[in-house]
Write a protein that binds this ligand. Structure first.
Ligand code: GLN
Length: 481
């Protein structure tokens, strides 16, 4: 919808019959078609979206519409939607159809959201630029020579290009927040265990969380309160009740807060001066407004990225073992016996990056190296978690840039794995510690490219995170979100 600002505004137009859900679906499907060169969508779900739109229009007329009525949302190509295609943007799952819907999908539909299609991503969500996708890279709608970030690049692009109102992505090490930073959207990753992973294709199961891309904080809060909460299909989901995030979104107005920042993040040697200066500027303004903003020590900067990659590759190597050419996915036509079915199906079905991760993961789990890598990394994870929690004994939030720089050029880092893995430097802490984090579009470079500022807070503190995010966006957004 041209000039989309928030779901609330759309819902007003829907109830006053100025527009209908059917018209909205038609509009967005057309937009997706015209902007196909972005490569944001793997597939649109025309038929089910139109059917859902008709049924929601009826409900609106009857005054029975759900909380998300009229929300046109995309889902990342690693979230199951029964009877719809799903591939994790991999050749391995080409032609696969979901046999059931993810819990998040069921909850969206129950509240009358309309799922418009599935978005392109890095293969099995492994990457930082959406360039490992079997379907090719996503272009950044703000500058088509640049990446949209990853792994949820298509999700981010779908929102910023106005191809839908919001998107679901997944974040294992930054895959929602970094693309949100590169596209000027609001990207939110919940506490580990806040949102069910049932129906999310597993990558690193002790890290993965489903979260949102939106144009504003209010919509992130609203969608999150719908999808969060206990689920009998995922034993890692907390039974804690989910607060009404939207009800308390103005609760921090005028409140003085305690905010920490790490010198080693803000003054990191690899940080773009524009990103650094803007972060410092925001820190100074918050101080000037009477918040207590302190520099705090963080001892594990050099350890977080390696720890993340040891643990997630280990988990991935186990999770991806199910793609053996027999149970799931691609089966090589060149196989002659059982052994060659496994070997050839995997060799031909997986892309380079996925194979690299599986090999790394099997290596760190192998008998001779298990203690040196896997056990050690688990210990470091514990230290990171503890030291992060300690900060929140004294502070409400940690503020930092989301990424050290703005979106980079397509192909610029494709073959430099170390550089690519370092993309996650400011985002993996939240995944290692299991805490919620959000990227807010508060920065803009001289060449008009956006970048994000990240807020982290303690476990299950989403309510406060949304409230303070709204304050920050109201004060510092260059583009009103
Ligand atoms: N860039 C990270 C990786 O490649 C993060 C991916 C993610 O969060 N899914 O592992």
């Amino acid at each position: 919808m041209k000039g989309f600002t928030s779901l609330k505004n759309v819902q007003q137009e829907l109830t006053s019959a100025k527009i209908s859900c059917v018209e909205l679906v038609d509009y967005y499907l057309k937009e997706i078609e015209t902007k196909q060169d972005l490569n944001a969508f793997v597939e649109t779900f025309d038929r089910s979206a139109k059917a859902q739109a008709e049924s929601v229009d009826l409900k609106i007329k009857e005054g029975k519409a759900g909380k998300l009525a009229g929300l046109i949302i995309s889902i990342k190509d690693n979230i199951c939607y029964k009877g719809h295609g799903l591939s994790a943007s991999s050749k391995m799952l080409e032609g696969f159809e979901s046999l059931y819907s993810a819990t998040v999908v069921e909850r969206l539909l129950k509240e009358d959201a309309i799922i418009i299609g599935r978005t392109n991503c890095d293969e099995f969500a492994m990457g930082s630029s959406n360039e490992t996708s079997y379907f090719g890279p996503v272009k950044n709608p703000l500058d088509k020579n640049k990446v949209a970030g990853g792994s949820s690049g298509g999700a981010a692009a779908s929102v910023v290009a106005g191809l839908c109102m919001a998107a679901l992505g997944s974040d294992t090490g930054g895959s929602i927040r970094q693309p949100a930073s590169f596209t000027g959207t609001v990207g939110f990753k919940p506490t580990y265990g806040r949102v069910s992973r049932n129906g999310l294709i597993a990558f690193g199961s002790s890290f993965d969380q489903i979260g949102t891309f939106t144009t504003n904080v209010q919509d992130a809060a609203l969608i999150s309160e719908v999808i969060a909460g206990k689920d009998e299909f995922d034993s890692t989901v907390s039974k804690k009740p989910v607060p009404a995030y939207t009800a308390s979104i103005d609760s921090l107005k005028g409140k003085k807060l305690k905010i920490a920042y790490f010198d080693c993040y803000v003054n990191h040697e690899g940080i773009d001066p524009e990103v650094k200066n803007r972060t410092i500027e925001i820190i100074e303004s918050l101080r000037a407004e009477g918040h207590q903003v302190d520099e705090v020590k963080f001892d594990y900067l050099d350890q977080i990225v390696p720890t993340y990659y040891v643990l997630t590759t280990a988990e991935a190597s186990s999770n991806l073992a199910r793609y053996d050419g027999i149970h799931f996915g691609y089966r090589s036509p060149n196989a002659t016996d059982l052994e060659s079915t496994y070997v050839k199906s995997r060799s031909e079905g997986f892309g380079r990056e996925v194979k690299r991760r599986i090999m790394l993961g099997t290596y760190v789990l192998s008998a001779g190296y298990y203690d040196a890598y896997y056990t050690k990394a688990q210990k470091v994870r514990r230290l990171v978690k503890e030291s992060t929690q300690k900060v929140f004994e004294q502070y409400d939030f940690i503020i930092s840039p989301t990424s050290p720089h703005i979106a980079f050029d397509l192909n610029a880092q494709k073959d430099d794995q170390i550089k690519m893995y370092l993309e996650d430097i400011f985002t993996v802490q939240a995944n290692l510690a299991g805490i919620p984090a959000i990227s807010l579009p508060l920065g803009q470079s001289k060449n008009q490219m956006p970048f994000g500022i990240q807020l982290m807070t303690g476990e299950f503190n989403e309510e406060k995170l949304f409230a303070f995010s709204k304050e920050l966006v109201n004060k510092f957004a260059l583009i009103k979100a």
